[in-house]
Design a protein around this ligand. Sequence first.
Ligand SMILES: [Fe+2]
Length: 307
Amino acid sequence: MQHFAQISDPHLSSLEGVRARELLNKRALGYLSWRRRRRFEHRGEVLAALHRDLDQFELDQLLVTGDLTHVGLPQEFQQALAWLRELGEPTQVAVIPGNHDASVATPWRDTFALWREYMASDASTGIENSSDKLFPSLRVRGDIAFIGLTTACPKPPLMATGTAGAEQLGRLPSLLDTAHARGQFRVVYLHHSPLPGKEKWRKRLTDAAEVQAIIAQHGAELVLNGHGHRSHYDEVATVHGSVPVIAIPSASAMGLHGGNTASYNHYRVERCEKGWRLAIEARDYHSASDEFSAGESRSITLARKTR
Ligand SMILES: [Fe+2]
């Protein structure tokens, strides 16, 4: 049996000391949003409780599905790197960016280069870890292939959309096919929902239909996303059988503005006669006890022809 977990949208950075008038366009709006609301919603004490809760599990991998920052300033990338190092080694923690992290175009060396080791594929995959070829990323742990997509790219003010892009999607089918041929449990993870119509127009993945079509045609065993700060469970059909598509809330949220209170998901995977057994347990934050504890759970069997 293998274990992994997904946390999302921690928005862990502080913009204390930054002045709105120093920030141009989209970042100024993001700063004002942080000043008025987000700094009360996304709390360091919740992330400290999250860390304590994660410590009890022996995870094969921890997935962080984007939006570690608020407006993607270099100093926020540095804060996020320090936080990632507390969570674990780059081989244990896999990161994909979110739209907030790519709020405006910023030199790679000052921002995403700091997270490179946490976003990189396993060295053994031979996948180039250059800035334009980093995704899809591939990490294999036991019987599980973790395939990360980036959907984060700068967009106009007030837009929180994402785009996977043709080049990245051109490389995705062969990763899915190869992992299937090896009898692996394929986890595809990305920041935005890959289900067309699932998000508000200004928060959507612009090429969700293309992403879903590739998953339908090449198969996957689990698809994970964040971004909406709410939990959702869906299943979609693929050539190899149905695949759960799961969205989780923010890992740091107090739930002040109608969103879900902080939560993350713990997953257990094992082979069974019919294919795979997947157990999903939500770990929910409770402010009264300042602790995460077991929430909703479900166990499903994915019928697959495996070796
Ligand atoms: Fe987001």
